[in-house]
Design a binder for this molecule. Structure first.
Ligand SMILES: [Mg+2]
Length: 172
């Protein structure tokens, strides 16, 4: 039987920071860099984030993470891929996220998508996520995808990957 793998959306398939930087600049006129936000949670780094993510449409406009379309397609051929996203906290995000997935990852069918409020309830063999809060309680193999908020994190059991090329090297 194929091994199952949970793949996060924001910060793994969706390049949310690119959009956060753009919106922050539109809002304040100030262009932030990765070093300005390194080590801070998204909510600390971007004071207007709640306004953005609670407004309908935000999750339709997020760019795709470089290499993720080809990479996920290849994982999908070898593993049972489930895309898992924390979404129920922001109900407007639900349809936006599903349409975004349908557009950019059309090979992921509706049975492969889980929108929830807590990832700790989901079991699988492997998990790829950018947030340690999702990975820490997962009993399978864990990969932490490098994003500015987790850049200084060390001494975890999670294998660090910084690109989709690295994910492919380790999992294919
Ligand atoms: Mg994430």
């Amino acid at each position: 039987m194929r091994r199952s793998i949970l793949v996060d959306m924001d910060g793994v398939l969706a390049d949310v920071y690119r959009r956060f930087f753009e919106l922050h600049e539109q809002e304040t006129g100030n262009r932030l860099s990765v070093s300005d936000v390194a080590g801070k949670l998204e909510s600390e780094a971007f004071p207007y984030i709640l306004k953005w993510v609670t407004a309908g449409g935000f999750f339709r406009t997020v760019p795709v993470m470089p290499g993720s379309q080809e990479g996920l397609k290849r994982l999908n051929d070898k593993y049972k891929v489930i895309v898992v996203s924390l979404a129920t906290e922001f109900p407007q995000s639900l349809t936006d996220k599903q349409f975004w997935l349908n557009e950019h990852f059309p090979f992921i069918n509706w049975k492969q998508i889980v929108f929830c409020g807590d990832k700790n309830i989901i079991c699988a063999d492997i998990m790829i996520d950018d947030h340690p809060k999702n990975l820490d309680h997962f009993s399978g193999e864990t990969f932490i995808f490098t994003q500015p908020h987790n850049i200084f994190l060390s001494e975890t059991r999670h294998k660090r990957v910084s690109s989709w090329t690295e994910i492919e090297k380790l999992l294919l």
